[in-house]
Design a protein around this ligand. Structure first.
Ligand code: S3P
Length: 182
């Protein structure tokens, strides 16, 4: 059964903000993958992990974290923007989560992140744009639903996700009941 809501999307697409709202509105536990990863290390930030141990080390912890989330139910999971670079992470997440892609224009992301220095992979606008183009089709491919976020308030985005999620839970339950009858 899929009972978690999992948000994917590029850096700055609003995953953490929307996840917080969803967690409040649905009264469900909030899980920030990046925070779990930081807690697994002796470092205090993603920047520090990248600086001292490199991206590969970070990605290994990201895989380990996704694997642990296998046991979690009824939670809101906010992922890091790079989870789509490892199919194994998506496979773990898909086992118990409905995946929503927060689709945001690069120009909006650029405005949000230009003065934000907390993201090691958003230091250079040209390479960030390349990363965005590379990943955009992956977010689409791996998600169950896409939510276009431009011109919507965070609350409107959260409400749309809740509507889809509730519908999904209903259909999932009906299908489970039908299977039991057979
Ligand atoms: C990353 C996104 C970050 C964080 C790390 C790598 C990426 O998370 O996991 O800096 O590869 O896109 P956010 O998407 O929350 O910024």
């Amino acid at each position: 059964m899929k009972t978690n809501i999992c948000l994917i999307g590029f850096m700055g697409s609003g995953k953490s903000t929307i996840a917080k709202i969803l967690s409040k509105k649905l009264n469900k536990k909030l899980i920030e993958m990046d925070e779990i990863i930081i807690a697994k290390t002796k470092y205090n930030s993603i920047n520090e992990i990248f600086d001292h141990k490199g991206e590969l080390f970070f990605r290994e912890l990201e895989i380990a974290t996704a694997k642990e989330l296998n046991k979690i139910e009824k939670a809101i999971i906010s992922t890091g923007g790079g989870v789509v670079m490892n199919k194994i992470i998506i496979d773990y997440l898909k086992q118990n989560s409905l995946i929503f892609y927060l689709k945001t224009n690069f120009s909006t992301i650029k405005t949000r992140l230009t003065q934000d220095f907390s993201r090691p992979l958003f230091n250079n606008l040209k390479t960030a744009k390349q990363l965005f183009s590379l990943r955009a089709p992956l977010y689409e491919y791996y998600s169950d639903y896409q939510i276009t976020t431009d011109n919507k308030t965070p609350s409107q985005i959260a409400d749309k996700i809740i509507e889809i999620y509730n519908n999904f839970l209903y259909i999932q339950q009906v299908n489970t009941d039908e299977n039991k009858k057979e």
